[in-house]
Design a protein around this ligand. Structure first.
Ligand code: ACO
Length: 401
């Protein structure tokens, strides 16, 4: 068999794999996943260890550049980011044009795209130095835009961060600083958010990451690729699940905590309802991130002295599902977002900001995957199809249709 003929224009064999369930689209050295064993590693490091010992910026560096940074490398990375944290004043006018009711994911993808106009040099990246500059810019400006999307919605004045703070601390301050500058820092909250962001930082070729890679494969530029990734993340079957989970848990609470009713709905094939936060394309045993997050939710609520009956409903639902034949047969377990919303809520982050928080966490993963794709000089992404439409037909004049 002449393999080259399979790669040629139209004559070769086409694999048909809807949803790419068994199709590898690239080679990657970034994230290792074993769905059967529930293993997740970034650049070879176990997620459990990174969540416990590293901070988010260190993990971002690791994902993007391949190695854990030395103290000097980390300081330089952070300094370079701090130097780029100003966003063009005219970007505020764009933000101003959105109604306050606009979903912050739409705002965030639009603003990320709008950044290109103010940073045109970020598009054509022909060298690693160009790439580095674009990476540092977006690492710096994305948290500002995320905080702005929130503040606009909340009717708070827009502001910049505080260079003296760490990356995550600074983000929290940009979010929650009061109009007169007061902000009470809470180390428990900073640490919990840091951990959550690490757990969301990469997950190999998921929907949004594949989107970033495929858009980037046309050399559209980092910010355009990220903007597309944000939109892919928005959907409730992907990152939007974290918002959908808490809305579902609230609905169950309002329904007298009747979890059985929702379990029955989820199993009813005539009902489109799914148990949000359950199931995963790759994890068919457990999601290691969910285990860490469940523990973190428990201890954060405890530390903050917050009582949230929704956490009890979530635990009850998980217990029921794990004992239910429908869920067991289909290997449906809580995923990363089943408990994350409970943590965000305890931090005072409103529901519609949950998916933007996911985007903030996933940012380094998207960047790392885009950079890898460019450095490996991957070809433009262009799947094939199995055509099922009409064969050749004679054109019908409009009077005869
Ligand atoms: N509730 C009820 N049934 C479910 C659920 C669920 N949450 N998830 C899957 N199923 C069922 C399907 O109906 C299907 O049943 P069938 O075999 O009887 O037809 C079977 O389990 C397999 O489901 P698929 O949709 O084929 O699995 P897929 O791998 O395509 O989808 C997904 C994975 C999208 C995560 C799915 O489980 C889901 O919709 N979950 C709820 C949304 C969610 O939590 N998304 C977040 C994912 S994690 C992330 O993106 C960060």
């Amino acid at each position: 068999v002449d393999i080259s003929s399979f790669r040629s224009n139209t004559g070769g064999v086409i694999t048909y794999d809807p949803g790419y369930k068994n199709t590898g689209a690239c080679e990657s050295a970034i994230t290792f996943l074993d769905g059967e064993k529930g293993i997740l590693r970034y650049r070879g490091y176990a997620i459990e260890e990174l969540a416990e010992k590293a901070d988010f910026l260190e993990v971002a560096y690791l994902l993007i550049f391949g190695e854990l940074p030395s103290r000097e490398q980390l300081e330089k990375f952070h300094k370079d980011i701090r130097e780029q944290s100003i966003v063009a004043e005219d970007m505020k006018k764009i933000l101003d044009g959105f109604p306050s009711s606009a979903h912050p994911m739409g705002v965030l993808s639009s603003l990320t795209n709008a950044l290109i106009a103010f940073n045109p040099s970020s598009v054509n990246v022909d060298s690693e130095e160009d790439m580095y500059r674009a990476i540092v810019k977006i690492m710096a400006k994305f948290p500002v835009l995320t905080a702005w999307a929130y503040r606009k919605r909340a009717g708070l004045p827009l502001d910049y961060g505080d260079d003296s703070l760490g990356y995550v601390e600074n983000f929290l301050k940009m979010m929650f600083k009061k109009p007169h500058g007061e902000y009470a820092q809470n180390k428990i909250v900073v640490d919990a958010l840091d951990k959550l962001l690490i757990l969301h930082a990469d997950h190999e070729q998921n929907c949004s990451t594949s989107t970033v890679r495929i858009v980037g494969s046309s050399h559209a530029g980092l910010f355009a690729s990220l903007s597309a990734g944000i939109n892919a993340l928005w959907g409730p079957l992907h990152g939007g699940a974290n918002q959908a989970v808490i809305e579902m848990l609230e609905a169950i609470k309002a329904d007298d905590g009747d979890t059985k009713k929702y379990m029955a709905k989820a199993k009813d094939k005539e009902d489109p309802f799914r148990l949000m936060g359950f199931g995963h394309r790759v994890y068919k045993n457990f999601d290691p991130r969910a285990k860490i997050i469940k523990k973190a939710a428990d201890s954060l609520l405890d530390d903050l002295g917050v009582e949230d009956t929704v956490l009890d409903i979530a635990k009850g639902l998980e217990k029921e599902a794990l004992e239910d034949k429908y869920f067991v047969d289909r290997k449906l377990y809580p995923n990363v977002d089943f408990y994350s919303g409970i943590i965000y809520r305890a931090m005072g982050i409103p529901v519609e900001m949950f998916t933007p928080m996911f985007a903030l966490g996933r940012l380094p993963g998207w960047i790392a995957q885009w950079r890898e794709m460019r450095l490996r000089k991957e070809p433009i992404g262009r799947p094939r199809q199995i055509y099922i439409g009409e064969t050749l037909r004679a054109f019908k004049d409009i009077d005869y249709r």
